[in-house]
Write a protein that binds this ligand. Structure first.
Ligand SMILES: [Zn+2]
Length: 139
């Protein structure tokens, strides 16, 4: 049995998120940046839209931003916090949404020597798979 190799970290992608976090995040509205590598190689970036009613995280804005640019298949995603907080792992809601949209997605987590790319499913042990629990209309 082969040992799974660690997935290479897309440092250009981390740099893109860090640049947006450094230059575009301001005040309390925009505190997180996210970047995704689309399947076709493009990089898409977004920031969160914080609001106490549940404004979306940067990862969720990123999904819509990518779609608006015709990028429907994302390969890797990373989020970086403002004020030099570095890579921030996705919250529970985002893990579930990212998994449901892109089951093969890789997520960059950790900082410094511990930065690594992991399959989104690894961030959700005993994952709830929404599609497995929908009634079969054809039945
Ligand atoms: Zn989130």
């Amino acid at each position: 049995m082969s040992v799974p190799q660690p997935l290479a970290v897309d440092h250009e992608l981390v740099g893109a998120a860090a640049e947006v976090a450094r230059t575009r995040c301001r005040g309390d509205h925009h505190t997180m940046a996210a970047a995704a590598r689309a399947r076709d190689g493009r990089i898409v970036t977004a920031v969160n839209a914080y609001h106490f009613t549940g404004g979306p995280c940067a990862e969720l804005v990123l999904i819509g931003t990518a779609a608006a640019q015709g990028a429907y298949d994302l390969d890797t995603v990373v989020a970086v916090g403002d004020r030099d907080r570095g890579v921030v792992p996705p919250c529970g809601r985002c893990r579930q949404v990212l998994f449901d949209y892109f089951p093969a997605l890789r997520v960059i987590v950790g900082n410094g020597d511990r930065m690594r790319a992991v399959p989104v499913a690894e961030l959700l042990p005993e994952t709830y798979v929404w599609a497995d629990h929908q009634l079969d209309d054809a039945g």
